[in-house]
Design a protein around this ligand. Structure first.
Ligand code: NDP
Ligand code: TDO
Length: 311
């Protein structure tokens, strides 16, 4: 690392090559309030400058202890995870290692350097049973898939630690960034329809889809205020995947007749999805000044980035 800047607190991001990670690094550099240490497994897939990149495999405890011990971050945003929900269901050992064991390593190393710890979590800790949503921060978790179970266990590790901690829960993140290891709803609807492929989309699940930039902005508000506790950081609109698919088709002028309306009894995935989630974001609004974009505005931002990426 180049000579540290003693005037700025240090923030370390895990999973910086991912969708949230890349947006966090972009915004942190532009705001300039932190010295940014981006970490990820393998080489950096980040563009631009103004940050340090450090390889960090969070499943390797010695690597975690060494990197966190050397850098001694003031703030740590832990976004790294195994996020393929179906893969998590089918390969539970790998999912547990990535989402629980690795979080334990990070919590332990962060305690030694007294870092303010921000854990990124999910609506998939909830059952999604009828009548329970939208959820506020006091709702009782009851995961219905293994991924959700591991994220809940990660939350418990953080809550039971000696750390100054915050949990940023979010829902159905969409956006675009180079070299992503997974797609998201707007991208797969758009690319399927552009290829003339028919897609089946459920109309009985409910989410509050979240623009990746908004999630990053919410995490940074928590970091800057060293806010503690649980915060719902998501979009505000309650939409079904079918609504989202139709809005995406309309926005990009694609063929809506390729969208086959279905429901969760007929369309199944290896991992069960909680039917109705979605968050109430009043607490983040009041305490952090968090203000998400509308879904329409979010699609517009994503559309501009797609055009930019092509130029
Ligand atoms: N996407 C969504 O809809 C939602 C996401 N979340 C949570 O938000 C967070 C960020 O998700 P998102 O950015 O969308 O996911 P991504 O899959 O885009 O990013 C996750 C990142 O974690 C990295 N990672 C995985 N295992 C390791 C490891 N062993 N060591 C280091 N890095 C690792 C991945 O590395 P690599 O790039 O090499 O694969 C990837 O860059 C996650 O904690 C997720 O649970 C919560 C709700 C919704
Ligand atoms: C692939 C597919 C999904 N869907 C629906 C199911 C689901 O409700 C929604 C999104 O499905 P996906 O499988 O793309 O995304 P999914 O794995 O459900 O996304 C989850 O990711 C993890 C990381 C989280 O933390 C959750 O908050 C959530 O965002 O779209 C269809 O209706 N038809 C389809 O062909």
């Amino acid at each position: 690392m180049s000579t540290p800047n003693p005037n700025k607190p240090k923030i370390l991001i895990t999973g910086a090559n991912g969708l949230l990670g890349q947006k966090l690094v972009d915004q942190l550099i532009n705001q300039g309030n932190f010295e940014v240490i981006a970490t990820g497994r393998g080489p950096s897939r980040l563009s631009g400058k103004g940050f340090h990149y450090q390889m960090l495999d969070i499943e390797d405890q010695a690597n975690v202890e060494e990197v966190i011990g050397n850098i001694q971050p003031d703030v740590l945003i832990h976004g790294a995870a195994m996020t393929h929900v179906d893969e998590c269901e089918l390969n539970q050992e790998a999912c547990y290692l990535a989402n629980v064991t690795a979080t334990r390593f990070l919590v332990s190393a962060a305690e030694k350097v007294n870092a303010h710890f921000i854990f990124v979590s999910t609506d998939f800790i909830f059952s999604g049973e009828d009548g329970m949503n939208p959820y506020d921060e006091n709702a009782s978790p009851e995961p219905v898939n293994f991924y959700g179970q591991t994220k809940l266990e990660g939350e418990e590790l953080v809550k039971n630690s000696a750390l100054s901690w915050a949990i940023a829960r979010t829902v159905l993140v969409y956006g675009i960034a180079p070299g992503l290891s997974r797609s998201n709803i707007i991208l797969w609807v758009k690319s399927s329809l552009e290829q003339g492929k028919e897609i089946q989309v459920v109309d009985d699940q409910v989410r509050t889809p979240t623009l990746a930039e908004d999630l990053a902005a919410g995490c940074i508000l928590i970091a800057e205020k060293r806010a503690t506790g649980i915060f719902n950081i998501s979009g505000e609109e309650l939409l079904t995947p079918y609504d989202m698919a139709i809005q995406t088709a309309d926005f990009f002028g694609l063929d809506k007749t390729l969208i086959r309306r279905t429901d969760s009894t007929r369309f199944t995935q290896p991992a069960k999805r909680p039917i109705k989630t979605g968050f109430i974001i009043d607490k983040a609004r009041k305490q952090l000044g968090f203000e998400p974009k509308t879904f329409q505005a979010g699609i517009g931002i994503l559309a501009k980035q797609i055009i930019l990426a092509r130029s």
